[in-house]
Design a protein around this ligand. Structure first.
Ligand code: NAP
Ligand code: HSE
Length: 429
């Protein structure tokens, strides 16, 4: 059998410990499938004394991940520390410059520095792989770069943040408020160290920008993702959506239009009976639409030790087998600068307004929408007791977000709407 492929693993938390376990427990299977043994030679984390539930005594220890990345006895640097910059980026760059292949689960680093790191990898005849960075255990990067490579991709949609889906699901199923569901997710350890990465849509936006790059041959354009978190979604919205046969999901959508690249990560209404509508708890789903294949749906665990380590090992196995795939499915130098376009694909919208309960208020809303060219499909004012504002729900016919925003701006300057309106796209899936 050929010489072993030697891994240096930086980061021994949830994902890193999972990778150590698979490498040890499945050594024979991996060697048979990869055609050579997969071995860990050195590891790194902050605290050497922490019990991680795995025996690390066989491996060399490095306090400094950059030193680990450049060791002579490391062929593949496995970056599982996290963070867009700092030690993760420094060690990844050092590894590539030293001619080591790199496998990472770090979506933040790639969303911010993907282009330069992909170029650095190619300049040094190395590969940089990141299957685990998007949708956990779902092999979406492999699907896009390999199995679907013969397609023009028309649209990618997905629920790619398990924490947000858990919160929204619990609000609907258990009738919890946003705050209660958030606290529950926190108690289960689901939230990132900075919870805004999850509920603010940033983590999912990172993932979407990476998929868009592969799908459309563009340089990663995370800064151009239109982001909206789930903090404004209330139990009332969830109930009203359910009443109309919809569920609310933090949905990523990217497509290339004649105007440029659209990337949105926003709460949307999707049909409750659709695969995306049926998605429960922390599960992820990615839907890819190709001109030849039609619609492909991938569903699976979006996070956690086993699923994420499974994706890391998929990349490691490709390297063991000698597969030298480019980072984004084509040479980095051939990725074109994305021309970002604000989402203007027509869709119906769900609108919830707190309307002053006085004569003529509804007429002003109808006029503002009509003047902006927005047509009303359904409208209802629902029960309210003694309060001076009346909750009003409107579903529009297909319109564009800019047209709707024009109407909302007029209403914001009027004396009939209180607070911020909630406006959610109804996505055809
Ligand atoms: P984690 O549990 O917080 O583990 C992070 C590890 O990195 C810890 O072992 C930590 O050391 C180590 N570390 C941090 N700074 C370091 C430094 N300066 N030098 C050396 N080691 C350092 O994180 P995780 O959940 O495993 O996530 C790792 C990566 O995978 C992140 O990029 C994350 O976004 C990505 N990811 C995670 C999941 C998931 O389900 N958890 C899913 C997909 C992608 P100590 O243990 O000593 O503190
Ligand atoms: N915080 C992320 C999530 C972890 O909830 O999906 C996996 O990337």
């Amino acid at each position: 059998m050929s010489s072993p492929l030697r891994l240096g693993i930086a980061g021994l938390g949830t994902v890193g410990a999972g990778v150590v376990k698979i490498t040890r427990q499945k050594a024979e299977l991996l060697a048979t499938r990869g055609g050579r043994p997969i071995e860990i030679t050195a590891v790194s984390a902050r605290n050497r004394d922490k019990d991680r539930g795995v025996n690390l005594s066989h491996y060399a220890w490095e306090d400094d991940p950059v030193k680990l990345a450049t060791r002579d006895d490391v062929d593949v640097f496995v970056e599982l520390m996290g963070g867009s910059d700092g030690p993760a980026k420094a060690a990844t760059e050092a590894a590539l410059k030293a001619g080591k292949d790199v496998v990472t689960a770090n979506k933040a680093m790639l969303a911010h520095h993907g282009q330069e790191l992909a170029q650095l990898a190619e300049d040094n005849n190395c590969v940089l792989r990141f299957e685990a960075a998007v949708a956990g255990g779902i092999p979406i990067i492999k699907s896009l770069t390999e199995g679907l490579a013969g397609n023009d991709i028309e649209r990618i949609m997905g629920v790619m943040n398990g924490t947000c889906n858990y919160i929204l699901t619990r609000m609907e199923d258990a009738g919890l408020s946003y705050e209660e569901a958030f606290a529950e997710a926190d108690g289960l350890g689901y939230l990132e160290a900075d919870p805004n990465l999850d509920v603010g849509g940033i983590d999912a936006g990172h993932k979407l920008s990476l998929l868009a790059s592969i799908a459309f041959g563009t340089q990663v354009a995370f800064d151009a993702v239109e982001l909206e978190g789930i903090g404004q979604v209330s139990i009332e919205d969830i109930r009203q959506a359910a009443d109309m046969g919809y569920r609310i999901k933090l949905l990523g959508v990217t497509r290339m239009t004649g105007r440029g690249l659209e990337q949105t990560m926003t709460p949307c209404l999707v049909p409750a009976v659709s695969p995306l509508g049926q998605l429960q708890g922390g599960t992820n789903m990615v839907v890819v639409e190709g001109d030849q294949v039609g619609q492909v749906v991938l569903r699976g665990a979006g996070a956690g030790e086993g699923p994420t380590a499974s994706a890391v090992m998929g990349d490691v196995m490709d390297i063991a087998r000698g597969l030298r795939m480019t980072t984004f499915g084509q040479p980095a130098s051939s990725l074109v600068a994305a021309q970002p376009a604000k989402s203007a694909t027509p869709a119906p919208f769900y609108l919830r307004l707190a309307l002053q309960d006085k004569p003529g208020a509804m007429a002003k809303v109808a006029a503002a929408l009509g003047d902006a060219g927005v047509s009303i499909d359904r409208m209802r004012q629902y029960g309210h007791d003694q309060s001076t504002t009346a909750p009003v729900l409107i579903v529009t016919h297909k319109t564009t977000r800019p047209s709707l925003d024009a109407a909302l701006e007029v209403l914001a300057g009027s004396d009939v709407v209180s607070g911020d309106p909630v406006a959610l796209r109804i996505e055809k899936v």
